[in-house]
Design a protein around this ligand. Structure first.
Ligand code: PEP
Length: 249
């Protein structure tokens, strides 16, 4: 059965001291959670976060990685480097990576393959822009993003894939997809996975929603049958609001 997951994407926030503080606020509270809980600090704080949380059921995950194993890629981080600091899950395809760092489907395909070859789990993000939704092209856009990057994978690989639908117009804007819009898209996505694979894959893949989830709307969004949790940006930077979202399950 698929898992409920709440993952906090800290983005380029929190230096080492702030990372330690936020972790200490979170670690005691999360022990009783119904959902799997993940946090994604910046690269420089992954080692310390992994050490601090080694006996806690909060998983430390990465926000990005490169597809190459090593070599002349100044400023980049590989899968084995992440694993060497205790990180075995990585967010790939976040809309900020696509927009500001020109990550294309082709690049993301290579990154996903590299992560899976290293036995890592991938939280794969995708979602339409506002103009796509306005022109009612959102289903086509989402289908293309998933198909281009994931549908060549073997069935077995899907055990290590988590999907995160993040409509770009809802990220960091305070505007959230309505629970109906989220459920409609998540159901569509599960159907796509089903028609390309089978019932086992589609019923077992967790599909998270991301885009201005906050304590006030988390319960309603998570109560949809095809929404299996959330990828949380702004509200993950505060222990109280992140925990309220985790406890919405
Ligand atoms: C995100 O960046 O993945 C995100 C969902 O951000 P926010 O919750 O701030 O909209």
């Amino acid at each position: 059965m698929r898992k409920n997951i709440v993952a906090g994407n800290w983005k380029m926030n929190n230096d080492l001291a702030a990372t330690k503080t936020l972790i200490s606020e979170l670690e005691n509270q999360v022990k009783t959670s119904e959902a799997e809980v993940m946090i994604a600090p910046t690269f420089t704080n992954l080692l310390e976060a992994s050490k601090l949380l080694k006996d806690c059921n909060i998983e430390v995950i990465a926000q990005n990685m490169h597809f190459a194993e090593n070599g002349a890629y100044t400023g980049e981080i590989s899968a084995s480097m992440l694993k060497s600091v205790g990180v075995t899950t990585v967010i790939l395809g976040h809309s900020e990576r696509r927009e500001y760092f020109n990550e294309t489907d082709e690049i993301l395909k290579q990154k996903v393959e590299a992560a899976l070859e290293n036995n890592m789990r991938v939280v794969f993000c995708f979602g339409e822009q506002l103009e796509d939704r306005k022109s009612e092209n959102h289903f086509n856009i989402v289908e293309g993003q998933i198909k281009n990057v994931l549908f060549h994978l073997e069935t077995e690989a899907w055990k290590n894939i988590v999907l995160a639908y993040e409509p770009v117009w809802a990220i960091g804007t305070g505007e959230t997809a309505s629970p109906e819009q989220a459920q409609e898209m998540h159901k569509f996505i599960r159907g796509l996975v089903n028609s390309n694979y089978n019932d086992i894959v589609s019923e077992n893949v967790s599909i998270l929603y991301g885009g201005s989830v906050k304590p006030a709307n988390a319960k309603e969004i998570f109560s949809n049958p095809d929404v299996d949790g959330g990828l949380i940006g702004g509200a993950a930077l505060n222990a109280e609001s992140f925990m309220a979202i985790v406890n919405a399950f």
